[in-house]
Design a protein around this ligand. Structure first.
Ligand code: SF4
Length: 308
């Protein structure tokens, strides 16, 4: 049984669908990358899992299950944690690292303040923050970008979650710090048996850190595959476009022409059709179902050939 199961999730803003039929699974000890251009619905998927949709947005369909049981907001608060995109914004600038980190132990684990401080220092050490006792007294602006990201990760781990969602955790970090942070995420996942959902637009991060990939386009899943399979033989034209848009020597450096459709635009049929070199009249008439075997799923009427 999957640790987390997202099943036909739908989200809308009034009558405008923003996510439609989003389905994927996440196992304990596994890292799944959620990829796609800006506006594809990656962060919205995470917020819907957590039951924290912005005002004006509502769930229209589907279920999220944790260990086979429906995940309501209260259960999500205890079992799922999220590392937000930008640590310099996500951390409270007027509260010390200690105050922010200890809160997780007090609220989620019911510890007394003194015990929470001891546990907070231990956790900072586990995520590679040097001199934890001193760091607890410091404010976020006194830390480097990489250190802030580690503090944010510690805040997410304080509640002992079963699922960790990391939203673009390496953006704005230099490559060395990025590699260190990805290694840290993998270590924490293995030590705690976490299921890790890694939201990113960076295919280099996916190649480095993920076991499987879910590709989103226009609020729909267009391909799901193991990382090696997706990079070697993508089956959805959008996935191939993403891979080819990487700079040489990995890709051709050729951007996909056009832009992601706005909510409500190209809703009937395949939402990628305006940008797709393989589009046919059928693609405008019916939405391709997500199907396949061996764990490689694709939503396309004319998918690319399988690997030999
Ligand atoms: S369904 Fe049609 S338009 Fe959509 S990706 Fe496949 S070939 Fe292209």
């Amino acid at each position: 049984m999957a640790r987390l199961e997202v099943d036909r999730l739908g989200v809308a803003k009034v009558a405008l669908p923003l996510l439609e039929g989003v389905s994927f699974t996440l196992e304990a000890g596994e890292t799944v990358g959620l990829v796609g251009e800006s506006g594809s619905g990656k962060t919205l998927t995470a917020l819907a899992i957590l039951g924290l949709l912005p005002k004006g947005l509502s769930r229209t369909d589907g279920q999220v299950r944790l260990d086979g049981q429906p995940l309501d907001r209260e259960r999500a608060r205890r079992a799922v944690a999220m590392v937000l995109q930008d640590a310099s914004v996500a951390l409270d600038p007027v509260a010390t690292v200690g105050a922010q980190l200890e809160e997780g132990f007090v609220v989620h684990r019911g510890l007394a303040k003194a015990q929470a401080r001891v546990e907070a220092a231990k956790l900072l050490e586990q995520v590679g923050v040097s001199d934890p006792a001193r760091r607890l007294t410091q404010y976020p602006h006194q830390l480097s970008g990489g250190m802030r990201q580690r503090v944010l990760l510690a805040c997410a781990l304080a509640g002992a979650p079963q699922v960790l969602i990391a939203d673009e955790p390496t953006t704005a970090l230099d490559v060395t710090v990025q590699a260190q942070l990805l290694a840290l995420l993998a270590r924490v996942r293995d030590q705690r048996g976490l299921a890790l959902l890694l939201i990113t637009h960076d295919l280099g991060v996916v190649a480095q850190a993920c076991d499987r990939v879910v590709v989103l386009y226009g609020g729909r899943v267009c391909e799901v595959a193991k990382v090696a399979e997706l990079f070697d033989a993508p089956r959805h034209p959008y996935t191939r476009g993403l891979l080819e848009s990487r700079p040489a020597p990995w890709g051709k450096g050729a951007a996909i022409a056009g832009t992601v459709p706005r909510p409500g635009e190209d809703q009937a049929g395949c939402r990628f059709r305006a940008r797709c070199p393989r589009a046919s009249p059928e693609c405008a008439q019916s939405q391709p179902p997500l199907q396949g075997d061996g764990g490689h799923l694709v939503a396309c009427h004319h998918p690319l050939e399988r690997a030999p």
